[in-house]
Design a binder for this molecule. Structure first.
Ligand code: CA
Length: 422
């Protein structure tokens, strides 16, 4: 993984299974705790049963897997010499105190090296990409951008045994039921013969191959595009790119439509409108004084995104942006994909300045912000250090009470103001 933390495909499925509303990043690096669904329950709660031994857990799980149709041969080969991996548990429990601001994340994601590598690969794979566009109606630049961010174009796919990682997480991770479902799906993949157990490698959380699909996403969306009979997202670029295209197609991709565009806002704009839950036609945004996005049907629905609050750049984002969020539910990630896909064509530069004097809140500061909002009678949700929809709504209400621009952005200035109120 090019970025330390929760892989795309894991978030993807968490969203799918939990029905969480879309999360819009504030000063958050993608795939960090500020941007991901709450991992919930700590292990050491008083109700937790004593942890089963790995061998006992494995014996129980073997019965379950066999009852679900996994053959004993496949199971025993996959699990031969499998022991828990302590580094997976460390990664699962890590809650980084500091996150990079969104502009630093974008700088890393859209590096000149990644842009030039992507351009070269667009040329190299143009025939394959022609065929993929024709079959799935997903724009090639976006596929190559996803490829670039997920695995550095297949260079960094994670080198952990997927079976071992998921078995470790199913045994003693924070989301054992989720990991167990992924592990069963991984065994189904092995039983289907798409990949040998030794080659089934991925991130600590079980995100696999050049697309970083988790096993359930693989089972629903991976395709054999090069026609050798195996869905190989590890060693076949054609299979990997087509699988990503299949996923985006299923997420409602609209061929030839932009993801969105940077826009300008008028003075005295109502920043409370900058929320992914607020959708308006382009004609309505224009009436509100938002300018800079032209050439599309006036009835096209769009939301306004302020990734760094009202002091930073503003973007109108369209349905394709939401499709990218289905791949990885982080607005910083979706913005990086959109901009990188344009950089391949020499576009995708941001005009407005980022508020680089602003330091993102640390995890403990975010917790403090939530607790203080709660103490004042707002409803930011259970304080967990994650700035989600509820926290943003509570911030907006407090900002409105103060007469501040109500952008819902968790800034240090806001925390300092909260510290002064009683
Ligand atoms: Ca294949």
């Amino acid at each position: 993984m090019p970025f330390p933390v929760i892989p795309a495909a894991l978030l993807r499925t968490l969203i799918a299974v939990s029905g969480l509303s879309l999360v819009v990043a504030c000063a958050a690096e993608t795939r960090t705790p500020t941007d991901q669904p709450s991992p919930t329950a700590p292990l050491s709660s008083p109700e937790s049963p004593v942890l089963q031994s790995f061998a006992d857990w494995r014996a129980t799980f073997r019965e379950e897997a066999l009852a679900k149709g996994i053959s004993p041969l496949v199971f025993d080969r996959a699990f031969s010499a499998i022991e828990p991996d302590a580094s997976v548990i460390d990664a699962d429990r890590s809650q980084p105190e500091f996150t990079r601001p969104v502009w630093q994340y974008l700088e890393g994601a859209i590096s000149p090296q990644r842009v030039s590598k992507g351009r070269a690969l667009l040329r190299k794979h143009s025939a394959t990409l022609d065929a993929i566009e024709a079959r799935y109606a997903v724009d090639r630049n976006v596929l190559v951008a996803i490829w670039g961010l997920e695995s550095s174009f297949g260079q960094i796919m994670g080198n952990k045994s997927v079976i071992r990682s998921l078995a470790t997480l199913a045994h003693e991770g924070r989301r054992p039921a989720f990991a167990r479902a992924q592990l069963l799906a991984a065994l189904e993949i092995l039983q289907h013969g798409d990949v040998q157990p030794e080659r089934m490698r991925g991130s600590w959380a079980g995100a696999m191959g050049q697309t970083q699909f988790i096993p359930t996403t693989y089972n629903t969306h991976a395709v054999d595009f090069d026609g050798d009979g195996r869905r190989d997202i590890w060693d076949s670029e054609a299979d990997a790119l087509a699988s990503a295209a299949h996923y985006l197609q299923a997420s409602g991709w609209k061929l030839g439509q932009p993801w969105g565009k940077e826009v300008r806002l008028p003075a005295n704009f109502d920043y409370a409108l900058a929320d992914m839950d607020t959708r308006k036609a382009l004609a309505q945004w224009r009436q509100l004084g938002v300018s800079g996005l032209t050439g599309l049907d006036e009835q096209t629905q769009a939301s306004l995104l302020l990734p760094a609050g009202h002091r930073g750049p503003a973007f109108l984002v369209l349905d394709n942006f939401r499709s990218i969020l289905r791949y990885n539910n982080s607005s910083a990630y979706a913005l990086a994909i959109g901009l990188l896909s344009e950089r391949f064509d020499g576009r995708g530069l941001i005009q407005a300045d980022w508020p680089e004097d602003e330091k993102p809140l640390s995890r403990s500061q975010r917790l403090e912000l939530q607790e203080r909002l709660q103490n004042l009678g707002f409803a930011p949700g259970t304080p967990d250090g994650i700035i989600g929809a509820n926290t943003r709504r509570a911030i907006r209400q407090y900002q409105q009470q103060l007469g501040w621009p109500a952008d819902g952005y968790a800034s240090l200035a806001l925390l300092e103001r909260l510290r002064q109120s009683r």
